[in-house]
Ligand binder design. Structure first.
Ligand SMILES: [Zn+2]
Length: 442
């Protein structure tokens, strides 16, 4: 994710912006414990407004909705949600790239953007208006504050490219050290140790890399208050490595550049609370909403976005629907787990689906995710590629685990000197079936 046009405004504007963000943040914080009925009412109103706006002002929905039999006239909100067509990820991103998803009549000088890089190398630029940018920031800050963040805390944030330093950060409030993951690990380690950060944030890949570098140097970093992991599945191996290296159980956050922060683990670090006051999140099975405890596709409606609205957007991710209420006391609804990309799930002969998270967690005791790749070649044949430095004992242990999961399927093995970088900074340990007839398994 790369940000642009962040610091184009002067001090007065920045102070006003910070004040508005703070007011929004106060409202959002009380929302974490609002009565469920009040939350539903708010969602209902936001959804009606989002649909009315899109039908009137966004070329993509003016074309796509009638083509798919949906008329926004008389739309009643949540009761009519099922009438809105779900848009698959490719269609939505093409509309974003072509400009069709951009609302009419916007002045680009007033907008900011984030770039989303796909593993195919294509970049989707997501434009946001000032209010949407404030929502994105406030929603992120809410997660941090719920985890005890204090304004004087220094944050170390790992990212491929460094982000901006906001006005108040330059004044010493919520200071941030950007650590660029494109630089050598020794540099990252030196920067991290110097930062003495109370808050650490990065992808699981970045967190594994810095923890490995700290251990290799026998370094003793200052213990952070909290570690946030976002952008990939926080697998069991990474969770353990962070806990043992930084002395802190990491918190998983789920989000996408396209729609911002969507859900997060509370201090229990189990289910994910959904930011239901900004996003409507559905878990969809083959015939409708996934039953509690069942796997489904994650479909997101960004309730407050108007510049480039993602409505009923099939993210291409999988999740398991929650089975109950989180006992922490927050009333934001929950999802049980995020299971990774649908494109990374293995589809067995029996029709069973092995999600990326299940595979990573099963293999966690044998190998870290960057040491192997599992590919599905046919419905019955898989390939496990190991990094060259993985010894025979660990290969055998990993293969035994995989055989147990895959039953009678054939597993070929191979070795690789390393993986080609794809610009995402993420680890791609599992690749699902590549043939088109594999279809949509759930
Ligand atoms: Zn909770």
């Amino acid at each position: 994710m790369a940000a642009g046009r962040e610091a184009a405004f002067g001090g007065d504007w920045a102070l006003t912006d910070a004040w508005r963000t703070w007011c929004l943040l106060r409202r959002l914080r009380t929302g974490t414990r609002a009565a469920p009925a009040a939350l539903l009412d708010a969602q209902n109103e936001l959804l009606k407004r989002a649909v009315a706006h899109a039908a009137r002002h966004v070329p993509f929905y003016r074309r796509y909705w009638p083509e798919h039999g949906f008329a926004a006239t008389g739309f009643r909100g949540l009761a009519d949600l099922e009438r809105i067509p779900i848009v698959d990820s490719r269609t939505m991103k093409e509309a974003a790239r072509s400009g069709e998803l951009l609302a009419d009549g916007l002045r680009s000088a007033a907008l900011t953007y984030l770039d989303s890089s796909g593993s195919s190398g294509s970049v989707t630029r997501i434009w946001k208006g000032p209010e949407e940018e404030r929502v994105r920031r406030a929603v992120g800050l809410r997660i941090w504050l719920e985890h005890g963040f204090r304004w004087q805390d220094v944050t170390a944030q790992f990212q491929i490219r460094p982000g901006p330093h906001l006005f108040l950060q330059r004044l010493g409030v919520s200071r941030k050290t950007w650590i660029t993951t494109a630089q050598p690990l020794a540099h990252q380690r030196a920067q991290f140790l110097a930062a003495r950060a109370r808050v650490v944030a990065g992808t699981p890949t970045a967190l594994r890399a810095i923890c490995g570098a700290l251990r290799a140097a026998d370094a003793r970093p200052a213990r952070p208050r909290v570690v946030f992991a976002a952008g990939e599945i926080l697998d069991a191996a990474t969770r353990r490595l962070v806990r043992e290296t930084l002395g802190c159980e990491p918190v998983a956050i789920y989000g996408q550049t396209e729609v911002g922060y969507v859900a997060w683990q509370c201090e229990r670090r189990q289910d994910f609370h959904i930011n239901a006051d900004t996003h409507l999140v559905e878990t969809r099975g083959p015939d409708g909403p996934a039953a509690p405890g069942k796997l489904g596709r994650v479909v997101i409606t960004d309730l407050r976005c108007r510049t480039m609205p993602f409505l009923r957007y099939d993210t291409g991710d999988l999740a398991i629907a929650a089975q109950g209420v989180c006992p922490c006391g927050r009333t934001l609804p929950t999802l049980a787990t995020f299971e990774g990309r649908l494109s990374g799930a293995l589809v067995l002969d029996s029709g069973a689906i092995l999600t990326p998270r299940r595979l990573l967690d099963a293999l966690a005791d044998a190998l870290p995710p960057e040491s192997y790749r599992i590919e599905q070649k046919t419905p019955h044949a898989f390939r496990m590629v190991f990094l060259e430095n993985v010894d025979e004992g660990r290969r055998a242990a990993a293969l035994a685990i995989l055989r147990e999961l895959l039953g009678t399927a054939t597993i070929h093995t191979a070795s690789s000197a390393g993986w080609a970088a794809d610009g995402t900074g993420k680890t791609h340990a599992v690749a699902g079936p590549a043939w088109p007839s594999a279809g949509n398994p759930c």
